[in-house]
Design a protein around this ligand. Structure first.
Ligand code: PLP
Length: 500
């Protein structure tokens, strides 16, 4: 839970007499100044200004000009250390104390508890308030993806971007969509970036553009999220699985050729956990047998293979902006990438029901657009993405160091490849036991993925059985992902390391 400071606790800090009298306010304030995610309600700012100017003029005899100057510094200092929680328009107003209800509503909006000395407020909102004398800084819970922190870091810009869309009501194909596509092209170095409704729909668009039809075969990995193979099957084609490489957990390129038949149309590698597969080897096979390459880059936006982003490889590459992905939006979203003009045009058309001009439909397509508001969000987050990625990679290095001496397998990143560490996944023999131990220590973990796709009920019809893809099977029993986001702290890493 976050913290929001009530105005009385703040003002205690800016007056000698009050500092002495309310030392617990001072202790809390000094301690929270150094913490993240501590808020002041937007409705408190002008009240602080008004009350402090009044106090300086009447009690201390300052001139209006001097008082204003001092208060300007106080407000500036507050804004440097604390975040502003907006007072939402949907709050319940308590007409006995409008200010209190505004503060409580601001706190609720940012999931915060209010620290206050106001007896009335403490009595009226016992579950949402705390007296400074009873406040202790308990360790924050470790957050797996920490989307909240990221949101609050960029909140002002994100709110502005969302407000722009709300205010001009261009909810579908508004300016932010084109802007994002241009930004994505620049970021990835790919000629065409086309946003779409999800990473799943991105795969559908890619295969539809390449005319993957019933009875065609698409070679892919069994160790991935269901969407990879599900979309192949959804189009009536057959997913043909190839076991994974024991080190990278990506498709083992050396085993692809033996699975090629005259029905094979495409190879679909997945850049699992954020690391591209062995793309040169895959492209050589594709060229030899005249197959298309579609990269499922849902987890790997921004990763590189021999200096190129993985969006810039294969015939078509896809990604997902699902919120927990390294570059996430605030709902569903995705994109397809290609350097081929015809494929780009076709995917743009397929995304809008196969339309070539209004109400003229050349192909059977889909409603697959990404909402303007989601594009506006990604436009803001993309600006900070290089630094987010660097931080993720730094966190991964720190984990490597903290866990290097333990009996487990660390993530392996192949030469000339970078990972965006969508997940930091280790392999341990006693996975379930360790997961339970970490849960007791309030350390969240996840398993990506506990069952390979050839053993899923929905793929029973493919006739595959236990033992067919032994590496995927063993890895799915031993893999476990640790909290991964740009903000995992050194303390958190060493705390997690102590339990592994
Ligand atoms: C490998 C992989 N492919 C496809 C998807 C589907 O993306 P979305 O959730 O945006 O539809 C995901 C998302 O979890 C994924 O991890």
């Amino acid at each position: 839970m976050n913290i929001l400071l009530d105005i009385n606790v703040i003002l205690d800090n800016f007056d000698e007499k009050r500092r002495k009298k309310f030392s617990s306010s001072v202790e809390v304030f000094d301690c929270l100044k150094e913490q993240d995610d501590v808020f002041i309600s937007s409705c408190s700012i002008d009240n602080i200004e008004f009350l402090k100017i009044k106090d300086l003029r009447i009690e201390k005899g300052y001139s209006a000009k001097q008082a204003k100057k001092i208060v300007k510094f106080i407000i500036k200092d507050l804004l440097e250390h604390f975040k502003i929680a907006k007072t939402p328009s949907y709050m319940e107003i308590d007409y006995d104390d409008i200010e209190d209800s505004q503060i409580i509503a601001s706190a609720k909006a940012v999931n915060a508890q209010v620290i206050t000395r106001d007896e009335k407020m403490l009595e009226k909102y016992p579950n949402q308030t705390l007296h400074p004398s009873t406040f202790t800084l308990s360790p924050r819970l470790i957050d797996f993806a920490n989307l909240k922190k990221q949101h609050f870091m960029y909140e002002t810009e994100l709110s502005k971007a969302m407000d722009e869309v709300l205010n001009n009501t261009s909810f579908i194909m508004g300016d932010a969509v084109k802007k994002l596509e241009k930004n994505l092209q620049e970021f990835t170095g790919v000629k065409h970036a086309i946003t779409c409704s999800s990473g799943t729909d991105a795969l559908l668009l890619a295969m539809m553009a390449l005319d993957i039809k019933p009875d065609d075969e698409v070679i892919t990995t069994p160790f991935t999220f269901i969407a990879t193979a599900e979309t192949i099957a959804f189009l009536g084609a057959k997913p043909v699985f190839v076991d994974i490489d024991e080190k990278t957990y990506n498709i083992d390129a050396s085993k692809i050729e033996e699975k090629i038949t005259d029905k094979t149309k495409a190879i679909m590698p997945v850049s699992l956990y954020g690391q591209p597969a062995d793309m040169d080897a895959i492209q050589i096979i594709a060229d030899k047998y005249n197959l298309k390459v579609i990269i499922d880059g849902a987890q790997s936006f921004g990763s590189t293979y021999k200096g190129k982003t993985d969006s810039n490889l294969g015939d078509i590459s896809t990604t997902s902006f699902f919120p927990a992905k390294p570059l996430g939006c605030y709902g569903d979203g995705g994109a397809v990438f290609t350097n081929n003009d015809d494929l780009s045009q076709k995917m743009r058309s397929l995304r809008v029901h196969g339309q070539t001009k209004r109400y003229h439909h050349k192909y059977i397509g889909m409603g697959g657009r990404m909402d303007t508001i989601q594009c506006a969000i990604v436009n803001v987050k993309l600006k900070y993405y290089p630094q987010d990625l660097a931080l993720r990679q730094e966190v991964a290095k720190k984990y490597d160091k903290a866990l290097g001496s333990k009996v487990l397998t660390l993530p392996y990143i192949a030469k000339e490849t970078t990972s965006v560490f969508a997940q930091y996944s280790i392999r341990v023999k006693n996975r379930d036991k360790l997961q339970a131990k970490l849960k007791d220590a309030k350390i969240p973990t996840a398993v990506h993925y506990p069952m390979p796709l050839h053993l899923q009920e929905c793929f029973e019809y493919l006739g595959k059985k236990q033992g067919d893809f032994p590496i995927a099977e063993i890895v799915s029993k031993e893999i476990m992902s640790l909290p991964m986001n740009p903000y995992v702290s050194d303390e958190e890493i060493s705390y997690i390391g102590n339990y592994i």
